[in-house]
Design a protein around this ligand. Structure first.
Ligand SMILES: Cc1ncc(COP(=O)(O)O)c(C=O)c1O
Length: 361
């Protein structure tokens, strides 16, 4: 039987339309900065992709900066906006943001994983101008922060807001009142190698790498046009979200029925339709991931971005899970999850749990 890929939050499988767009752009070639006809054709394709992505995510084309991915989009925003400002960063942010903001104050989250709005209001009320970084959806738990309220607090206190929407984009509606918002192509079903930073109208940012002045001087370097074309073509099918949410609900109901001792992280909070983080107390996440992998089911422990490192999840630790913060696995359904994904996952998970219990007895 085909392996069951349930690690979409690490990377989504390439969508057929994105694959076709990548190949077309690769074969067409051309550098958008060249003035001859091939360059002008590449420039047209770049601007068409910009218009499509901007329209889809509610931005103006002139306010969209293409990047090499989500990490770079976050870094441009955090470095560019934080000059002369205090940095306030959510405790469950992705390393892409945390690493760009090493001197930040950490904003706590509530036990359900959502931002602690009272703590944010207190931090904003004292001290100088701030830059707040809070993600739209968490990569490990799928928990959505209340960004409308966060944005209102920021506006009231003259703070800027950067939103890492890498996991939310294409899965849930995006917040509107940001200063900057980061996207990543390969989390949408495009290829790796392209991302985007959306800017509030009128906002400008210095480039991290100046290069040849591309992207209106906001991101130097030849634009990765095949990956950008793939990003622009990576559009969900109608009904996809509802289909994934139904599979997610079946998985959660099944887990509760099989194992009353299992805990679903962030269960009470609004979450992504495709993500379940299930904690099996006392069993290291790595053990679970390997056992499921041997059974042909691909899930992950914590953030897959940390190059195979597994240990305590800082996200689950920030939610107060203590020792069990090392015992959560992330199940993230891809856009093309098969109709029997929930049943196959539950059968493998239940068998794994039985084996581990017999082994422990
Ligand atoms: C929430 C979040 N932000 C940023 C990133 C980094 O994106 P990229 O892989 O495109 O650099 C990831 C990747 O896992 C992520 O989950």
């Amino acid at each position: 039987m085909e392996p069951l890929y349930l690690d979409a939050n690490a990377t989504e499988p390439l969508r057929p339309a994105a694959r076709a767009a990548v190949i077309t752009a690769l074969e067409a070639g051309g550098n958008p900065s060249s003035v001859h006809a091939d360059g002008r054709a590449a420039r047209r394709r770049l601007e068409e992709a910009r218009e499509a992505v901007a329209a889809r995510f509610g931005a103006r084309p002139g306010d969209l900066v293409f990047t090499a991915g989500g990490t770079e989009a976050n870094a441009i925003a955090v470095r560019g906006l934080s000059r002369g400002r205090r940095l306030l960063v959510g405790a469950t942010e992705h390393p892409a943001v945390l690493a760009a903001a090493p001197e930040a104050e950490v904003l706590p989250v509530l036990p359900d994983g959502t931002a602690d709005l009272d703590a944010l209001a207190r931090r904003l009320a004292t001290g100088g101008p701030a830059l707040v970084c809070l993600m739209a959806a968490n990569n490990e738990t799928g928990v959505l922060h209340p960004l409308a309220e966060v944005a209102a607090l920021c506006r009231a206190q003259g703070a800027l807001l950067h939103v890492d929407a890498v996991q939310a984009a294409g899965r849930v509606p995006l917040p509107a009142n940001y200063d900057t918002l980061a996207l990543s192509g390969h989390k949408l079903g495009g290829p790796p190698g392209a991302g985007a930073l959306l800017l509030r109208p009128g906002l400008d940012l210095p480039a991290l790498v100046a290069g040849g002045g591309q992207e209106r001087g906001r991101r130097g370097g030849t634009e990765p046009l095949p990956a950008i074309a793939g990003l622009a073509a990576a559009v969900p099918e109608p009904g996809e979200t509802a289909r994934l949410a139904a599979l997610r609900d079946r998985i959660e109901a099944g887990l509760r029925a099989i194992a009353p001792d299992a805990v679903i992280a962030g269960a009470g909070a609004p979450r992504l339709p495709n993500t379940v983080n299930v904690i099996l107390p006392g069993v290291p996440a790595e053990t679970q991931v390997i056992a499921l992998d041997l059974a042909g089911v691909r899930v992950s422990a914590g953030a897959a971005c940390s190059s195979g490192k597994v240990g305590q999840s800082p996200v689950l630790a920030a939610m107060g899970f203590g020792e069990d913060a090392g015992c959560g696995i992330r199940v993230s359904l891809p856009w093309n999850a098969p109709a029997d994904a929930a049943e196959r996952f539950l059968a493998a998970w239940g068998a794994m749990r039985d084996r581990l219990r017999r082994g422990a007895a």
